[in-house]
Design a protein around this ligand. Structure first.
Ligand code: HAM
Length: 420
């Protein structure tokens, strides 16, 4: 029996009819990164699993249920990275980037892995774009990170999204708030889902993030974090809002944003697509002032965000955004007869060396078959070379949109093609 292989559940192939869309959004992301002076960092796809346990948090869903954890041949525990912040901070500390100029603002692109129930907009291997700005507590950086995300989404032509911000306070405010939440939820503990009963003991804020309907209803009147912010956190939050206003970035305050990862403190934000279904968070981010210490580094506060490419593409498709043009060759080379093949290949090589994208299919022999292919590839021009043309040192240049054609001297064709 023939074996039939398929991609693992929750993963997918990026095929040519989509890959040009990826290329487009990646390019726009890199353009925005350059404008904000963020530089690329690439870290390994797997890391010591401790890195995530210590930072993302042992009680988070990601570490508790979703991590692809494995032992290597020497029994060392690794994990496929479920997110990018902890690895970037690990690298920042390891490479002493705080001591190197122009190295504090970093961006990354790449696959992340979470073992979750796959659905529209949620995958087990998904691709994130993200930034981290490490080393300063100045909340201008919070506003700048948000502005970066906002610029990116608007540059892609998206409109149906909403920026929601919150402050989840520092450690001190969090303790008071956690106590208030425990007091609020405990009388209803039997109505909470089993996850939330656990959360109430280990990390009560996460109950606010639960998607289960009864938990949501109970949480709707819970005390608000904003009322528990101390003076410093309140002042910082006001400043973030002020800077966003100055930059003309619309936002709403949503006191229920807590983020699902434990390393956050103070500013937390999400960009929500108001039209997507359940998986509607395009981008999530926030400040993490103690993460570096949890990874054995010194005091290196940071702020950043990440978003998933999959949801971004879904949003763009829903809003009929442009993905730029799919890749099409400028020239399709047609050779007729054995003699023309060698000269044709020589020309093909010259065209490509001169930056002119050119397609050629050596398996198609007849004029008819080659012209059909030329039209299928949507090339702008066909260059047709046969025995007669060779003898006269010319080539036929055909505009495939208008059907117009003319003879061009073979020695002049490269220069001409560069100009049109
Ligand atoms: P996160 O909220 O876990 O944050 O993920 C950020 C974004 O990644 C989500 O808003 C969503 O667009 C996308 N995403 C997450 N899980 C999946 C999935 N299973 N399938 C498809 N897309 C997904 C972080 O990862 C933080 N590291 C963000 C950050 C950077 N905070 C500070 N710096």
């Amino acid at each position: 029996m023939a074996i039939k292989f398929s991609v693992p559940r929750g993963t997918y192939d990026i095929l040519p009819d989509i890959s040009y869309k990826w290329e487009y959004v990646t390019k726009v992301f890199r353009d925005v990164a350059r404008e904000f002076n963020y530089k690329e960092i690439v870290t390994p796809i797997f890391e010591n699993s401790n890195i995530f346990e210590r930072s993302v948090g042992a009680t988070s869903d990601i570490v508790e249920k979703e991590m692809y954890k494995f032992e290597d041949k020497k029994g060392r525990s690794f994990a496929l990275r479920p997110e990018g912040t902890a690895p970037v901070v690990r690298s920042f500390i390891e490479n002493g980037l705080n001591l190197k100029p122009n190295s504090s603002k970093l961006y990354y692109l790449g696959p992340m892995f979470r073992y979750d129930r796959p659905q529209k907009g949620r995958y087990r291997q998904f691709y994130q774009y993200g930034i981290e700005n490490i080393g300063s507590t100045n909340v201008y950086n919070d506003a700048e990170a948000i502005a970066f995300a906002y610029s990116f989404l608007t540059r892609l032509g998206l409109q149906n999204f909403e920026l929601q911000i919150n402050s989840i306070g520092c450690k001190k405010c969090t303790q008071d708030y956690d106590n208030a939440l425990k007091e609020y939820f405990t009388p209803n503990i039997d109505s909470l889902c089993s996850d939330c009963r656990n959360r109430l003991i280990k990390n009560p804020k996460r109950v606010l993030d639960c998607k289960v309907k009864t938990c949501k209803i109970i949480a709707s009147n819970a005390p608000s974090m904003i009322d528990y912010l101390d003076e410093d956190c309140q002042r910082d939050f006001e400043k973030v809002k002020e800077y966003l206003n100055v930059m003309n970035i619309p936002f709403i305050v949503n006191a229920k944003i807590v983020r699902g990862l434990d390393y956050y403190s103070q500013t937390a934000f999400e960009f929500i697509d108001t039209n997507l279904g359940a998986q509607n968070t395009l981008i999530g981010g926030g400040r993490y002032n103690t993460l570096a210490e949890q990874l054995g580094g010194k005091n290196l506060p940071g702020i950043g965000f990440a978003g998933g490419f999959e949801r971004l593409l879904l949003s763009m498709e829903q809003e009929n955004s442009s993905f730029g043009l799919p890749q099409i060759p400028k020239v399709y080379l047609v050779t007729l007869g054995e003699e023309a093949v060698s000269k044709g290949i020589e020309l093909l090589s010259k065209l490509r060396k001169n930056g002119i994208s050119t397609e050629y299919d050596p398996d198609k022999i007849s004029m008819n078959a080659q012209m059909k292919m030329a039209n299928k590839t949507e090339a702008g021009f066909a260059l047709i070379l046969g025995k007669n043309e060779l003898e006269n040192n010319i080539i036929i240049l055909k505009n495939l949109a208008t059907g117009e054609q003319k003879n061009v001297n073979l020695t002049k064709i490269i220069e001409l093609m560069k100009d049109i």
